[in-house]
Design a protein around this ligand. Structure first.
Ligand SMILES: NC(=O)c1ccc[n+]([C@@H]2O[C@H](COP(=O)([O-])OP(=O)(O)OC[C@H]3O[C@@H](n4cnc5c(N)ncnc54)[C@H](OP(=O)(O)O)[C@@H]3O)[C@@H](O)[C@H]2O)c1
Length: 334
């Protein structure tokens, strides 16, 4: 069977196809034939060596596939069940702890651009009803993060307002979940064409963050005194504006570092005089993913897939992601 592996020190030219024997599931494990994965910024960092991994690591944190083998002691799954991965193999429920976050698929353990692998039976959830493998593979990282930010940490209520930033996979899921829950969505993008698509999907107002460097103030005005929730994807490159955009007593989820935003300055009095609740988010637990799947089954939300590539085209897919042309998710299916 084939897998794609990252050769040290990483880089898109160091993604190679390797052959290995199909493994046999041990006690408590299932053997899954994976059929799709999706691209996340985290996977990109692993692929290019920005997050150093062991030589020969199978990248990609998202996987969807079919169970083709069952180890001893596994009673809750059967051959033929369609499943999708978790971002953190061990985080089942409750608050995050180091042991729960130790095993990150596609980083500290092998991920899912592989034809088959054995995983603990506890480390997958059902796919939403009627979803293809490619659709399900968009969910475990990007959608679960948006779900947690809005519904778990934000405790979103109908009538709330939400600011999403850019048109990557996580932000587009946030728009869809927020709209389904009856919230008003404001958005930023660098592209006029993408702004039109955001409006078609129900965004109330869209601001171009490249043309308007003070977009936080603009969103504050457009939303009549700030939004209830901000999903910040740029860290140092966006947090100042996110703090401007949020309303007094509002919530900001710090999610990403796009735009070279690993570090940055914030004006602390703005944070405390606005009584802002600021929380860092790293995906979520299995129970959060299961609740998200239930909500998707009820709401009928389908992911926006921008482009699909084949198994051998991982580097090509990452090069496409680098251009920033995509709207929503990029997937690979086989
Ligand atoms: N913490 C977590 O658990 C978690 C989980 C998922 C994702 N993330 C993070 O969230 C971010 C988005 O992830 P993703 O997978 O959705 O990425 P993605 O699909 O690669 O998103 C790229 C898009 O983000 C927008 N963007 C780029 N620079 C921006 C900036 N300075 N300000 C605002 N928007 C900007 C662009 O949108 P336009 O073309 O519309 O301008 C770009 O197309 C990444 O930093 C990722 O690491 C974190």
């Amino acid at each position: 069977m084939k897998s794609v592996t990252v050769n040290t020190p990483g880089g898109l030219d160091n993604l190679v196809i390797t052959e290995s024997e199909t493994p046999t599931p041990k006690t408590g494990e299932i053997l899954v034939a994976w059929h799709a994965t999706s691209l996340n910024f985290h996977d990109y960092l692993v692929a290019v060596g920005g997050i150093p991994v062991a030589n020969g690591r199978v990248p990609m944190s998202d996987g969807a596939g079919e169970i083709v083998g069952i180890g001893e002691g596994v009673n809750n799954w059967k051959v033929g069940d369609k499943v999708m991965s978790l971002f953190f193999q061990n985080w089942m429920d409750g608050v995050p702890t180091l042991p729960k976050m130790m095993f990150v698929n596609g980083e500290t353990i092998n991920g899912f651009i592989t034809e088959k692998s054995c995983v603990p039976a506890t480390s997958v959830t059902k796919m939403p009803d009627g979803y293809s493998y490619a659709e399900a593979a968009t969910l475990p990282c990007a959608a679960a993060t948006a779900w947690r930010a809005l519904m778990v940490e934000g405790k979103l209520q109908a009538g709330d307002s939400v600011l999403i930033q850019g048109t990557g996979g996580m932000s587009i899921f946030a728009l869809q979940f927020a709209k389904a829950a009856g919230a008003k969505v404001f958005a930023t993008t660098s592209s006029p064409a993408k702004a039109e698509r955001l409006k078609e999907m129900g965004a109330t107002a869209v601001v171009n963050y490249k043309e308007d460097p003070k977009w936080g103030k603009t969103i504050y005005m457009l939303s009549n005194g700030g939004v209830d929730h901000v999903l910040d994807v740029g860290g140092g490159s966006t947090m100042k504006n996110s703090i401007e955009a949020v309303k007094i007593g509002g919530h900001i989820s710090s999610i990403g570092i796009l735009g070279n935003g690993r570090k940055g300055e914030i004006t602390f009095p703005k944070l405390f005089f606005k009584h802002i609740r600021l929380i860092g988010i790293a995906v979520g637990s299995k129970i959060m993913q299961e609740k998200m799947v239930e909500a998707i089954n009820i709401s009928g939300i389908k992911p926006i897939i921008d482009k699909s590539f084949g198994f051998e085209k991982l580097a090509t897919a990452f090069r496409y992601q680098e251009t920033g042309q995509h709207f929503g998710k990029i997937v690979l299916e086989w």
